[in-house]
Design a protein around this ligand. Structure first.
Ligand code: NAD
Length: 254
């Protein structure tokens, strides 16, 4: 399976290139970033790299997602988008591209978070809808988007579990001044500090009891290994929009 890595010079790009050592079945046929770095085999020409590739693995910047998906459609290459903070336009582009190529957009490619998303869907379904939900996430000081794409995916899963429209129950980012909390709302708290790889805790708080589930990432390698597994799974699939839960076979009945 031949992959092109976009964002190859970044933290995740480097982690994926390192994880390739453990996957002799996966061959990198292109490493793309914003600037050429011949010493590391990095180029800026995505179109050339995609010729002869099976899957693009994109961990770069949301501003490039639409163009990168269009390039994958031009070359008939499957797209795994791990970039977070996607605009509505990029989300639409992913859905449109999925009519022509296999597309998987995953805010988190780890096994643990994929399981956590399913646990949250189930917990939200089982618990009364007046339990407040608070999602707390922590990441390193360089992270650009907030709340994290994973926190939003957890919020969406909770809303889906309750049969609610996420946007209508989504609360503001905390601290949020003196606005009272909407009962049963889904709130977000964000920590940006040091070199945190990614912490997520989902609190279901009722009257007299609380349920907490969470995940702590201590090594970016978990995202890299999951991304390579997903890319391998995606290669040769029929066009369509897929999720990490499909890759890992963790789907529980909603
Ligand atoms: P980073 O800033 O270390 O790396 C991003 C790289 O992309 C940089 O080298 C940058 O030069 C490059 N880049 C930016 N725009 C580009 C463009 N138009 N064309 C080519 N290259 C471009 O960031 P990171 O920590 O590696 O994270 C990258 C993205 O992946 C972020 O959106 C982050 O939130 C996301 N992420 C996702 C997961 C997951 O499991 N899905 C895990 C970690 C990070």
């Amino acid at each position: 399976m031949r992959v092109v890595i976009v964002g190859a010079a970044g933290r995740m790009g480097c982690a994926i290139r390192e994880a390739l050592v453990l996957r002799p079945d996966v061959q990198s046929v292109g490493a793309i970033d914003r600037e050429i770095d011949a010493s590391r085999g990095i180029s800026t020409d995505l179109d050339s790299a995609l010729r002869g590739a099976d899957v693009m693995i994109d961990f770069s910047s949301p501003s490039s997602t639409v163009a990168n998906l269009a390039a994958c459609v031009r070359h008939g290459v499957a797209a795994l988008v791990g970039t977070t903070g996607l605009s509505d336009e990029a989300e639409r582009a992913a859905s449109e591209a999925s009519a022509r190529i296999p597309v998987l957009v995953a805010a988190n490619t780890s096994l643990g978070v994929t399981l956590l998303i399913e646990l949250v869907r189930q917990a939200a379904k089982a618990l009364p809808a007046d339990f407040d939900i608070e999602i707390t996430e922590g990441h390193h000081r360089h992270k650009k988007d907030a709340p994290s794409g994973t926190a939003l995916a957890l919020g969406r899963a909770a809303a889906e579990g309750r049969g609610q429209d996420f946007e209508s129950v989504r609360g503001p980012l905390r601290p949020h001044g003196e606005a009272p909390r909407q009962v049963g709302g889904i709130g977000f708290s964000v920590i940006r500090a040091g070199d945190l790889v990614g912490d997520h805790v989902v609190l279901f708080a009722g009257e007299g009891e609380r349920v907490t589930v969470g995940h702590q990432a201590t090594d970016r390698a978990i995202f890299a290994r999951g991304a390579l597994k997903a890319a391998s799974w995606l290669a040769g699939r029929a066009p369509g929009r897929y999720q990490m839960v499909d890759v890992l076979g963790l789907k529980t009945s909603a």
